[in-house]
Design a protein around this ligand. Structure first.
Ligand code: FAD
Length: 427
């Protein structure tokens, strides 16, 4: 009999347990997560949750009965602090709460933590990060409180912009400070970045690009011996941007502590192969913590760490199969979404390495797509309020096809109609 220990009870961890049961594994599975909450979805935390529209039950991944019915032993609110494996592969994990858990199979689905900004004043009250439910539970009411008028978001990536959109939507004065020359520059083309800059400004958000932040300032006199509340952000030129609340969204750091204890190869994540197998040949890792050979056939190669629900889901499936000694493959092209105000962005494929883009539709209409090409071949698309384009691109890429750049800009021709598929699928 095997005993599987899955560390990290969120998107990837729950997926591993779920797929193992679907595939017929009947042996003990222990799924442990350090957060006190039942496994939940993170995306709503920067969207509906912040607006106050959702209850905890609305964001849970599976209810308690689901785990009980499948005899998955779910432990929440306890962190694995040490993990050891013997040469025969068996091992023991100990937890902060004093548990000692023996296992024969091990999965690391430890995710990532918010990257902290090493800056003076980041410890003032009113400075928030947003990675987990506790962060959201603290941030939501603070943002919605009447005393909160000026909101500063440090970081113009997806999470920062989603928070900015919610804050602006409830009437706050919002400033986004982005250190780079454009928004979401790591992931999207200049055309999409420029659109988001205009769209947020149209909605009344102030966006400062190339922002140089000197420090966070606050009201030190508030309480003796206690850090006061934040009052603003000082820029390098001495300007103070007033703030009652600051949200820092400057990326994440993969949680690799346990992998390091096990002596596994770690770079910008836990190094795994196509089967989600780590360097010891038997531990698996999946989701935000895993650095995998690029699973996208049209990708640029090398290893990649993807931060998306879709990736956690796909890698979770593969990791489950590998633990059971079966083959598993990454299915479909990577995809992602982000909701900012009434703007729904859907991304199909990975655009890294593109050499040309085609803009389909008018960005000012807030319904358009940016299609990415490399050597004449479609590799990805950002679709804003264009679910039909998204589905057409995703289906085309999934089938190994392309959409000629020459016709892609013509909105009179549905993308689906101009898709060119390989002979086997077209037939
Ligand atoms: P995580 O969700 O990080 O889960 C890992 C879990 O492991 C955590 O609960 C952690 O506490 C636990 N853990 C770590 N170490 C230990 C230990 N030693 N012992 C016990 N437990 C441990 N993706 C999208 O595709 N679309 C979106 O719109 C989107 N929006 C997002 C909004 C927010 C605010 C955030 C934070 C993320 C968003 N994402 C989005 C990203 C997506 O949520 C992640 O890619 C996904 O949650 C990754 O799942 P995971 O299971 O790999 O890691």
């Amino acid at each position: 009999m095997e005993t599987t220990l899955i560390v990290g009870a969120c998107q990837a961890g729950v997926q591993i347990a779920s797929v193992m049961r679907e595939r017929g594994d009947a042996d003990p599975i222990i799924l442990i997560g350090e957060e006190a909450h039942r496994p939940y979805q993170r995306p709503p935390l920067s969207k509906g949750w912040l607006k106050g529209e959702l209850e905890p039950d609305d964001v849970i991944l599976r209810n308690r009965d689901w785990f009980a019915d499948r005899e998955i032993d779910l432990i929440t609110g306890d962190r694995v602090v040490t993990v050891r494996r013997r040469p025969d592969g068996t091992g023991t994990a100990t937890t902060e709460g004093g548990r000692a858990i023996s296992f024969t199979r091990l999965a690391l689905a430890t995710g990532a933590a918010a990257r902290k900004l090493p800056i003076d004043g980041a410890d003032y009250r009113g400075v928030h990060y947003l990675r987990d439910a506790d962060d959201a539970i603290a941030l939501g009411p603070a943002l919605r409180d009447e005393s909160c008028q000026n909101v500063v978001v440090i970081g113009g990536g997806f999470i920062g912009l989603e928070v900015a959109a919610v804050a602006r939507g409830i009437g706050r004065t919002v400033t986004v400070l982005e250190a780079a020359p454009r928004l979401v520059g790591r992931v999207v083309a200049e055309e999409t970045s420029a659109f988001y800059l205009d769209a947020h400004r149209r909605r009344g958000t102030r966006v400062v690009l190339d922002a140089r932040i000197a420090r966070i300032v606050g009201d030190d006199a508030a309480v003796a011996h206690e850090k006061g509340s934040v009052t603003g952000v000082e820029l390098a030129d001495g300007t103070i941007v007033p703030a009652d609340l600051i949200v820092i969204g400057v990326g994440v750091i993969p949680r690799v502590e346990l992998a390091e204890q096990l002596g596994l190869d770690v770079e910008a994540g836990i190094v795994v192969d196509e089967a989600c197998r780590a360097s010891d040949g038997r531990t698996v890792a999946a989701g935000d913590c895993a650095l995998m050979p690029n699973p996208y056939p049209l990708g640029v190669g090398g290893r990649i760490r993807l931060e998306s629900v879709n990736n956690a889901f796909e890698q979770g499936k593969i990791a489950a199969a590998t633990l059971m000694g079966e083959p598993g493959t990454y299915q479909g092209v990577p995809w992602f979404w982000s909701d900012q105000a009434d703007l729904k962005l859907q991304i199909a494929g990975l655009s890294t390495g593109y050499d040309a883009v085609v803009v389909r539709g008018e960005p000012v209409s807030e319904r358009f797509s940016v299609l990415y090409y490399r050597e004449g071949r479609l590799i990805a698309a950002d679709c804003i309020n264009q679910p039909v384009d998204f589905m057409a691109v995703r289906n085309t890429l999934n089938k190994g096809g392309t959409i000629p750049a020459e016709t892609a800009a013509d909105t009179a021709i549905p993308l689906k109609k101009s898709a060119v598929l390989p002979a086997t699928t077209a037939a």
